[in-house]
Structures are given as C-alpha cells and as structure tokens.
Design a protein around this ligand. Structure first.
Ligand SMILES: Cc1ncc(COP(=O)(O)O)c(C=O)c1O
Length: 418
C-alpha cells in the first residue's frame, strides 16, 4: 500500500497499488494486451509509421462504431473531452439545443451546451426511466432545435435510451443528433449509420477496457458540413492561400474538430502532439473488441448481467430502474434498509479487493452500481463479486440464504451454454 510519507530521498515508494477487481461503472480493469501496447516505444508524430497507426485507428473505430464515416478519430482526454469537442464545434452561440435528460450525464450535456452559448431547452424523464420516441417528437415540434444532444447509456441511472427511432425524428425536423456513447461502446450495440446518429463520442475506460484518457469520436457529412463552416487555421502554421471559413470561430482551440480534421487528414496540419501511448491503447482496445467480435461481446455482457442480477435477487435484493431499459453492462441495486452503504463498500474493497460503485444526486445512498464491463465481464468475476457481497452483507446483519446467489448465477451461465 502507498503512503503519503516521502522516503529519505524524497522519492516516495515504487508504484505498487493493492490488486483490485474494478466492478464499478468505470474505470474497469484494462486488457493486458492494452497495457503491453502502452509500453511500445514513442514515435515522432509525423513518422510515417505513426501516421499509419493513426489511419489504422480511424479504420478500426469505423468498425467499432459500425459506420462508414470518414471522420472517425481520437480526441485526447477523457470522454468528457470528446463530448466538449463535439458540442463546442457544433454549437455557435445562440443556437437552440434540445437536451433530453434522464440522469447525471444529461445534466452534463446541458451544462456544456450552456457554456457554448446555446439557448438550451430540456425535457426530463424521471431517473430510472427513459424517453418514448413520441416525447421527443413533441419536444422537437415545440422547440425546433438545431441540435439534439443525448446520452445513450447513462451510468448514473444504469438506463439505456433506445436510439433507433430518434435519428429519423431529428432528420424529420432537420436537426443534428449528438450522442454520448461513453458507457455503451463495445458492450451494447451503437449503430451509428443504421440509427442515423450524426455525431457520437465515447471513452476507453468502460466496455472498451482501456485507460481513461482518449475519446473516439465519429461524425458524418451532415455534422462535417456544420463544423467545416467554422474552420480556422492558426496563424503560425498558415501558408499562402489558406482561407478561414465564414462561420464564427470555435471557442476552444484544443477541442476544435476542424483543426483535428486537418491534423488527422493527409495534410497533417500541426495541432497538438497526439498522445502516443493513448493512441496505442485505443488501437489495441479496438483490436481486442473486434477480435472477439462485437456481437459475441454483446452476448457476453448480457449473460453476465443476467447472472449478476439473478444472484442479487436470490439474496433478496431488488434491482433499480425500468427493467425494459436497463443497460447490460451496469446494474443498479437498492441498498437494503439497515445496511451502512459505504461501510459495506469499504469491506468489499479492503477484504476482497473488489470495487463497486456508489451513486450520485437523488440516488446517493440509495443504490449501488455494479459494472460488468469489458475485460471484467467474465463468469469468474461475477461469481467472486456475488460471493463477496453475500459474505459482507451477512456479516453486517443482513439475512440471506448462504450460497443462493452463486447458485442462481451458475444457473444463468448453465442455461446460456446449454
Ligand atoms: C455516460 C457517461 N458520459 C460521460 C462520462 C464522463 O467520462 P470521463 O470521466 O471519461 O470524462 C461518463 C463517465 O462515467 C459516463 O458514464
């Protein structure tokens, strides 16, 4: 375990964190292949080997996102950087933006859109629920926004918003649709082209099982047309004949999508220094996920969640949220009366090395969130988590039948392989 006390030379100790099994809503354990990829030597950012890797990343994430979008690239920074890059590049001050909110991350989209100077209108669903398509259509009719910004899977409530009809509704009203797919990419279908999603961003630290710090983003020609009207070239790299577009300049330099497009295009116009090790990580995450096969991965997530949920219910616990719209990679479970939520989480962490998630806002102290994401989403981990939860619950005076949770989880896996 680490300590705050510097050693005599002032260097502190070697990094040596206690082993953990990360079963919260992300970050989760990283695929060993990804960790190995991150120790690959540096390359110069214009080295043809490196620019080839950039092109490969574009091709790999087109497959992960199931899109033909040419513009499929990485924003350096955590998922929030990808969200901000999309919003700040699309939204010109005064644009009307509709944000349907069904959890904490919808509120985040509202906050970011407001900072971009948008006139934001919201509709809200009760936490634990999602929107019917008709509610969206009504709001579109009333507000006529230029952009709709919404979350696919909101980890704060563990709910997933069906998106297959929303893209068509946005087109009916000539609005663009931005989607935050941070929590679902790699774990549940994110059908960018089939669902008409105009611009989508994500992160690595959930079902892609990479470290936080890189955000894959994809956008189609409709979104490209909007951001291209705001293209601007920095004075220090501008050569003769390069003209700025007529639209208002994007407020952020670092998160300016047209500048990133110039950097990720054959021109390789200099912008930031691409985060080399994170690009290696993102590339390897996609190779692992696609190597397994997207559909196979979705089934693995679904089976694991079913097994976990059967085990939790066998302990007499009740699951949170609308059963029809639960994500298959994170489960909300009500904290039973009389149990000290944080004490129990602490015992899971300190006695079993297992991290599960607390919750935010109106759900704080009411539910735990248990992630079954990416590399963590395996039978052995589901059984370990249930065994440990049963032990600490019983130790804290909660009455449940010993062994019932694991038996129920086994039954789900047995059925899945029958
Ligand atoms: C749905 C969703 N969006 C955005 C984020 C923010 O991601 P990051 O912390 O990587 O910036 C998260 C993180 O939990 C998330 O679950």
């Amino acid at each position: 375990m680490s300590s705050q006390k510097p050693s005599p030379g002032g260097l502190f100790e070697d990094l040596d964190p206690a082993p953990r099994l990360l079963m919260g809503p992300g970050p989760v354990d990283v695929y060993p292949r990804v960790l190995r990829a991150m120790s690959t030597p540096m390359l110069g950012q214009f080295d043809p080997q490196f620019t080839d890797y950039m092109n490969q990343v574009m091709a790999l994430y087109r497959q992960v996102y199931r899109t033909e979008n040419h513009w499929t690239l990485l924003v350096n920074g955590t998922a929030r950087a990808g969200i901000e890059a999309c919003m700040v590049s699309l939204i010109s001050p005064g644009d009307r933006v509709l944000v349907p909110i069904f959890g904490r991350f919808g509120h985040l989209l509202h906050e970011i859109a407001s900072r971009c100077g948008a006139e934001v209108v919201t509709i809200e669903a009760e936490w634990g629920r999602v929107f019917e398509s008709d509610a969206l259509r009504d709001a579109m009719r009333r507000h006529r926004p230029k952009l709709v910004a919404m979350v696919h899977g909101d980890t704060s409530t563990t709910m997933v918003q069906p998106l297959d009809e929303i893209g068509a509704i946005c087109r009916e009203f000539d609005a663009l649709l931005y989607v935050d797919a941070t929590a679902t990419l790699g774990g549940m279908p994110v059908e960018v082209d089939a669902w008409n999603l105009d611009i989508v961003s994500s992160g690595l630290q959930k079902c892609m099982s990479g470290p936080p710090g890189s955000s894959p983003v994809t956008f189609n020609e409709r979104a490209t047309a909007v951001v291209a009207r705001r293209r601007h070239v920095e004075a220090g790299i501008r050569s003769e004949g390069m003209l700025d577009a007529a639209g208002p300049r994007i407020q952020s330099n670092y998160l300016d999508l047209p500048m990133l497009m110039d950097y990720w295009s054959p021109q390789r116009l200099n912008h930031h220094t691409e985060s080399t090790s994170m690009l290696y990580a993102a590339r390897e995450c996609a190779r692992v996920v696609l190597g397994e096969g997207l559909e196979k991965g979705f089934v693995r997530h679904r089976t694991a969640s079913n097994a976990l949920r059967a085990g939790l219910e066998a302990m007499g616990l009740s699951l949170y949220g609308d059963p029809a719209h639960r994500m298959t990679n994170v489960t909300g479970v009500h904290i039973p009366d009389g149990v000290e939520a944080d004490k129990l989480r602490g015992e899971l962490l300190n006695d079993f090395g297992i991290e599960i998630g607390t919750s935010f806002g109106p759900l704080h102290g009411k539910i735990w969130r248990i992630g079954t994401m990416g590399y963590v989403c395996r039978k052995a981990n589901i059984l370990r988590c249930l065994t440990a939860m049963e032990a600490v619950l019983r130790r804290n005076g909660y009455a449940c039948e010993a062994g019932a949770a694991v038996d129920s989880a086994y039954a789900v896996y047995d059925d899945a392989t029958a």
